[in-house]
Structure formats: structure tokens, C-alpha cells
Ligand binder design. Structure first.
Ligand code: 5AD
Ligand code: SF4
Length: 476
């Protein structure tokens, strides 16, 4: 099993013939892509490339892409056009443009077709080839004055390699005070709507030793919190001998590590013994992202989600019994092929019953090559839109009630950074506290440090964010 450490300087790296090229990386989609971009960043820096913050400064622009819905892919096509157009307008030389991530994997050499003018295409398991490919293309450009001469196949590296796992450098982190740690890649479930098994390939675990070493390194670099990441982390099962509960137990044993989060859990894998472990270990945060997708058994069956509504609700009940202060979030898809009005009403009912803190809701989007492509996409777009709006409205009501009950409560949490502009009630100087169960509280006034533990009294809320005042500072 190969793990590619991306943070160590490589003293044997050959000098580039083209001088210090600069690279800009733009990330779309899920947290896995955020982690992968960090790994790419590490791989390129290690070879001497400079990573820059603006596309106009870059010799090479890499777009790390998502294929989950057609809209995500359309965004990339227009972004490429936009990048090229900005160079023409500003009279700057065109950059090399590379497509990485799920779109690269799904479309391969097809990305070179049409007017897109893509220079390189590198899929999710082949980022270790990026430095060499870029070097080669830059050298060609240097010699010929033209952007690209190599043939399209040579500029396209895709295909799954179960042996390749990346380790992103902790120095590039954290994101909101949490260090992402990918623990496996791919997915062996075959939910009928989902492109992930095609783009990310079969499930393949990073070894427990590599995971522990990565987190130990993060803690040694000053990190306090990790988010264990995977398409389906609860299916982790290293060599059929170490399941996710056992891995979490090991990770919790790392001295100096304070909090563990994880994303995403599959409801089918939320076994009682895993929930017991989460409830027992103080370091494991009581927040479960357990996408239900639909509240109708008929639709769940057609989606091949491998649980029914009663089993799902039983899992939620059990979690509430054994995990103190647990909160839940979910994903929903509306307008799946064959979803009737009554199926949709069952989905609304599910949202009301579970009372999620957060729901990420999407209109069904047909993806090429997935099993549901064979089903007629028979809910008209207008109807999908109406259902989406109705579901969001129900979730807003649920949240409003939950949030109203919370005003006056005192919660402990950790400062994760400055408040983002849109979260601030009163302009300057606000901070964002995150509770273990993943609630955000904006604090105005005072000066805090990232990672500082605090207690806050909840004074109000706006959308999914709470406002609070600091009660006291609790010891580290
Ligand atoms: N159409 C709409 N939403 C989808 N998701 C996955 N595939 C599709 C699709 N084809 C949603 C699911 C998943 C989330 C990451 O994206 O809700 O949990
Ligand atoms: Fe897609 Fe289902 Fe795998 Fe999640 S569990 S990545 S929805 S196939």
C-alpha cells in the first residue's frame, strides 16, 4: 500500500528548465476535494513550484472538479471560458489549464473536445504525475512558444489505483481549526443516482498506521481537531479486521488530540456498537451527518439505499439515547425518478420527525452511466423546484423551533476563527465559536485565539447561526 507523503522537501528534485512556474488551484465540490487540493499543493511545492492565490498570477491553473450533479460540471465549463477570456482582456499570456478530480475521471480525453482548450486532465488517483506533466508541458511551451503540442492521450492520466493514498501536509491547514484526514477513498455502495462509485472507484482504506501517523504529525504541528473524511467513513474496515469504531478508538488514544469529527456516515453502517463508542469517547464530537435522501420506503428501495424509514428512525432514536447532546444533519434528493406527491410528503414528514440541525437538499440530476439513468427522469423540473422549495421551508420551520428553544442556553465550544462577513451582526471584530455538536455561535466584542475554549450564552440566531455572549473562558 503506497501512501504519498506530500509535505517533505524533495532534495533530489531536478531543477525545472522553465524557472519557477506558479500554480493556482481552485477547488469545487466536497471536502474530499478540499483535502486532495491540499495534497496537490504539497506535491507541487515539494517540486519547487510556487502556489499563488490568484488565477491571473499563475502560469498553470488547476481546477479540482466535482461531477455529482450536472450543474457542478456546467460551472467548470463556463469557468474555463472565463479564465481564458480574462487573459485575453488583460493581455496576459494564456495559462496552462488542467482539470483534476471527478470530472477528469468521468470524462477523460473527452475533455479535450470542443472549444474548451484544456491542457491536461488528471484523475483522482494520479496526482503524483502532476509535477512531471506540468514540467513537460511548460518546457514544450518554452521551446515552441505555443501552449500545447503533446498529444491528448499523453496529457490525460486517469484510472483507479487502489494502492495510491495521499497525505496532505498539515502545514497547509487547518480549515476552520479542523484538519481534514481522508481515511479511505471510493465507495462500494451502488446508490442508483450516484456517480461517485464511477469517479472515485471502489472503496480502498488508508492503513490505520498511516492514519495514526498523519494525525500524530498534525498534533505535533499544533493541531487540536481532526475531521476523518471519506465518501462513507462508517464502512471503513481495514483488511476486514478493523472497523470504523475500532479506528476511532485508536485515534482517540492520540495524546494531545482534542476533538474528532467525521464525514460522511451511511445510515446502514451506524451500528449500535459504533454509536456506543461515539457516546463513550469524550473526544468524538456528537454530530452525525447521516444522509437519509428520502422519507419514502418505495423511493429508498429504488435508490438502493439499503435501509427503510423505520430502520433509519430506530438508528436516530438509539443515537439520541447513547450520545449526549447529539445533533444530526442530512442530505435529501427530491424528484427522484418515480417520486410521487405522496412519496414527497413522506420526505417532508421525515424532516419533521428527525428534526435535523441542517439539511442539504438537492433536485435529482440524472448522471451518465449510473443505474438510475435507466429510469425515466419523470418529475418535471418545475415540480422538482417546487418540492425543493417546500422541503427547504419545512426544514426552516424545524430549525426555527429548535433554535428558539436554544436561546438562553449556555454552550461550550472552541473558537474556530473570525466570523465570515455574512455571519456578522455588527460589522467588525466578531468571532465564530463551534460547539462539539457542530453549532456555530457568533461572538461580538472581545479578543480570542483560534482554538480557545469558551462558554457562551445564546442570545439569538440568524439562519443556521447563533449569536452569543461569552460567559467565561474554560481551561484548555
Ligand atoms: N442528483 C442529485 N443529488 C445527488 N446527490 C448525489 N447524487 C445526486 C444526483 N444524481 C446528493 C446526495 C448525496 C450528496 C452528496 O449529493 O444527496 O448525499
Ligand atoms: Fe454515492 Fe451512495 Fe456511495 Fe454515498 S454511499 S458515495 S450516495 S454510492
Amino acid at each position: 500500500m503506497a501512501t504519498f507523503q506530500t509535505d517533505l522537501p524533495d532534495f533530489t528534485a531536478p531543477k525545472k528548465s522553465t524557472g519557477m512556474a506558479s500554480i493556482y488551484i481552485e477547488t469545487y465540490g466536497c471536502q474530499m476535494n478540499v483535502y486532495d487540493s491540499q495534497a496537490i499543493n504539497g506535491l507541487l511545492k515539494r517540486k519547487g513550484y510556487e502556489i499563488v492565490d490568484h488565477d491571473l498570477e499563475a502560469d498553470v491553473v488547476l481546477l479540482n472538479t466535482c461531477s455529482i450533479r450536472d450543474l457542478a460540471e456546467h460551472k467548470i465549463a463556463s469557468r474555463v471560458g472565463d479564465l481564458r477570456h480574462r487573459r485575453t482582456q488583460t493581455n496576459l499570456p494564456q495559462p496552462l489549464i488542467g482539470i483534476c478530480g471527478c470530472m477528469a475521471e468521468r470524462m477523460g480525453t473527452d475533455l479535450h473536445k470542443g472549444k474548451r482548450k484544456i491542457d491536461l486532465v488528471v484523475g483522482v488517483d494520479n496526482y503524483d504525475t502532476l509535477p512531471g506533466l506540468i514540467e513537460e508541458l511548460l518546457a514544450k511551451q518554452h521551446m515552441t512558444g505555443r501552449r500545447t503540442t503533446a498529444d491528448k492521450k499523453a496529457r490525460t492520466v486517469v484510472g483507479h489505483r487502489t494502492d495510491a493514498h495521499y497525505v496532505a501536509p498539515p502545514a497547509l491547514y487547518p480549515i476552520n481549526n479542523s484538519h481534514l484526514v481522508t481515511i479511505h477513498k471510493g465507495c462500494d455502495y451502488k446508490c442508483t443516482y450516484c456517480i461517485v462509485p464511477l469517479t472515485r472507484g471502489p472503496q480502498s482504506e488508508k492503513s490505520p498506521e498511516a492514519i495514526i501517523a498523519e494525525i500524530t504529525n498534525i498534533v505535533a504541528s499544533g493541531g487540536q481537531e481532526v475531521t476523518l473524511l471519506g465518501q462513507n467513513v462508517t464502512a471503513y474496515n481495514w483488511q476486514q479486521g478493523m472497523d470504523f469504531a475500532a479506528l476511532v478508538e485508536e485515534v482517540a488514544g492520540i495524546e494531545g488530540l482534542q476533538r474528532i469529527r467525521f464525514l460522511t456516515g451511511h445510515p446502514k453502517d451506524m451500528h449500535p456498537h459504533l454509536m456506543d463508542t461515539i457516546g463513550r469517547l469524550d473526544k468524538v464530537c456528537p454530530w452525525l451527518h447521516v444522509p437519509v435522501q428520502s422519507g419514502s420506503d418505495r423511493v429508498l428501495r429504488r435508490m438502493k439505499r439499503l435501509y427503510n424509514c423505520a430502520e433509519y428512525l430506530e438508528m436516530i432514536d438509539y443515537a439520541r439515547r447513547v450520545i449526549p447532546d447529539v445533533t444530526f444533519s442530512t442530505d435529501f434528493i427530491v424528484g427522484f425518478p418515480g417520486e410521487s406527491e405522496s412519496d414527497f410528503q413522506d420526505t417532508l414528514e421525515m424532516a419533521r420527525k428527525v428534526k435535523y440541525d441542517q439539511a442539504f437538499s438537492f433536485k435529482y440530476s440524472e448522471r451518465p452511466g449510473v443505474p438510475a439513468e435507466k429510469l425515466a427522469d419523470d418529475v418535471p423540473d418545475e415540480e422538482k423546484k417546487r418540492r425543493l422549495a417546500a422541503l427547504i421551508a419545512v426544514q426552516d420551520e424545524v430549525w426555527h423551533d429548535l433554535a428558539t428553544e436554544s436561546v438562553g442556553a449556555v454552550w461550550s465550544g472552541v473558537i474556530e476563527g473570525r466570523a465570515r462577513h455574512q455571519e456578522q451582526e455588527s460589522a467588525e471584530g466578531a468571532w465564530r465559536l463551534r460547539t462539539a455538536n457542530n453549532r456555530k455561535v457568533i461572538l461580538t466584542g472581545g479578543d480570542y485565539e483560534i482554538g480557545q475554549p469558551l462558554e457562551a450564552e445564546i442570545t439569538g440566531f440568524k439562519n443556521t447561526t447563533f449569536m452569543g455572549t461569552v460567559r467565561n473562558s474554560i481551561g484548555n
